[in-house]
Write a protein that binds this ligand. Structure first.
Ligand SMILES: C[S@@+](CC[C@H](N)C(=O)[O-])C[C@H]1O[C@@H](n2cnc3c(N)ncnc32)[C@H](O)[C@@H]1O
Length: 152
């Protein structure tokens, strides 16, 4: 089960992190991180610690280059691997832009591993079986984007 690489636009990513109320020092995890746009923002704008998980090695390399360019060593990390193999218990916030089918498959793992009070924000796709605490609509450059917030 996989999802193609389509980046979340910067403005939408900022609103996702704002909706999740990311605080300095919190750990933000982006499973299926692409080129790590969300992780980079979480670290540089919200002062969080960011961890991306990405299966595509070319995108992993882009993340590493971005972290190096922005001098994010020690604050931003990329894991090359399958998002279903990661243990999410470290996360305060999880950001998703994957698809309903992957969200549904990931849900029981997140339920097992995330601590109480952790937040999940999902771009465009709901997590089937969960009820969003809030959802917002953001006007992007080309279309409207919906973001769902879940509090564990
Ligand atoms: C729609 S993109 C989202 C990128 C980024 N999270 C963002 O919002 O800008 C989905 C990403 O998930 C990655 N991906 C898909 N299946 C994966 C898996 N099983 N494990 C790790 N990464 C995966 C894809 O390579 C792609 O980069």
């Amino acid at each position: 089960m996989t999802a193609p690489y389509v980046p979340t636009p910067r403005d939408v990513a900022v609103e996702m992190l704002r909706l999740a109320n990311v605080r300095p020092g919190e750990v933000v995890v982006d499973p299926g991180a692409g080129e790590c746009g969300i992780i980079t923002l979480a670290v540089t704008v919200f002062n969080a610690v960011g961890i991306g998980i990405e299966i595509n090695p070319a995108l992993v390399r882009s993340c590493m280059e971005a972290f190096e360019k922005l001098k994010l060593k020690g604050r931003a990390y990329i894991v090359w691997g399958d998002l279903f193999d990661f243990n999410y218990s470290i996360a305060d916030v999880v950001t998703l832009y994957l698809g309903s089918d992957i969200n549904e498959k990931l849900r029981p793992k997140l339920e097992r591993e995330l601590r109480r009070g952790a937040r999940v924000v999902s771009h465009d796709f709901e997590v089937p079986g969960w009820h969003a605490t809030r959802s917002i609509v953001i006007n992007g450059p080309f279309r409207e984007h919906r973001v769902y917030l879940y509090v564990i």
